[in-house]
Design a protein around this ligand. Structure first.
Ligand SMILES: [Zn+2]
Length: 256
């Protein structure tokens, strides 16, 4: 996505004000333009994805016993999974409408995809078929293709064999789920193609600049998405979004 990281050294929200370097007006303008262009691109992509998932969910039949009107006691897991899938899809639409930043849009895509995955799992179980494995998303940018499965037996074996020659880069590449391209970048000592977020940084008592940081570096009080790869891990995110928690945190960042 955004590959110009010259502003990375400036991203020290916690450093004392007097040590924060000057951000020129031109550079600030460039950051904001780059962010707006990325947002527009992402908004188009994610809208199309959420619409496509909506079409599937609307036209697909609910497995017997999974509907919200199913009698109590009829496969509680199917009912709760279906309810979660519909909540996740609704949350995706809400995020799309109310996105303050790029990670909100990424989370919309992740939650819509996860809604579909959960729905497919209910169908597979009802049909007595093997449940498709949920995608393991790239931590560095959850919109990337699926992360390599580092827990597969073949991969574990490979890691065990390689342990003796494992250096800091290999250790860094194994630390988080990474798609093949991000993994290659880390192994080469380069910055992976990280999903950025726009945050305010105080330059002086009167002046605040907005800078791009990796989404996972955003303080949790400003964003729901830094700890869960934009909703990829954990099931609590749809209900938090439906309660408006994403808006509350974005408002806290704006107050800075
Ligand atoms: Zn990646």
């Amino acid at each position: 996505m955004l590959r110009r990281w010259w502003f990375m050294e400036r991203l020290r929200p916690t450093v004392p004000e007097q040590r924060t370097p000057e951000v020129s007006k031109e550079r600030q303008q460039l950051v904001l333009e780059e962010w707006a262009a990325a947002r527009e691109r992402l908004d188009r992509l994610v809208s199309a994805r959420v619409t496509a998932v909506g079409d599937v969910l609307r036209t697909a039949e609910l497995p017997p016993g999974a509907g919200l009107s199913a009698p109590p006691g009829s496969d509680p897991r199917a009912r709760s999974d279906c309810a979660w899938a519909f909540d996740a899809f609704q949350a995706a639409g809400k995020l799309l409408d109310e996105a303050a930043d790029l990670p909100d849009l990424a989370a919309a895509a992740v939650l819509a995809d996860r809604a579909l995955e959960r729905f497919a799992a209910v169908h597979a179980r009802a049909a007595g078929q093997p449940v498709p494995k949920a995608a393991r998303r790239c931590f560095y940018n959850p919109l990337h293709m699926a992360a390599e499965d580092t827990s597969s037996p073949a991969r574990k074996q490979h890691r065990q064999r390689a342990r003796r020659r494992t250096g800091p880069r290999e250790a860094a590449a194994d630390r988080r789920p990474a798609c093949p391209s991000c993994r290659r970048a880390i192994l080469a000592g380069q910055t992976p193609d990280v999903l950025p977020a726009l945050i305010p940084v105080k330059l002086s008592r009167l002046r605040t600049a907005r800078v791009l940081v990796p989404y996972y570096a955003v303080p949790q009080q400003w964003s729901l998405w830094s700890v869960c790869a934009c909703g990829a891990y954990g099931d609590e995110w749809p209900s938090l979004v439906l309660r408006g928690e994403h808006r509350k945190r974005a408002a806290a960042a704006r107050k800075r």
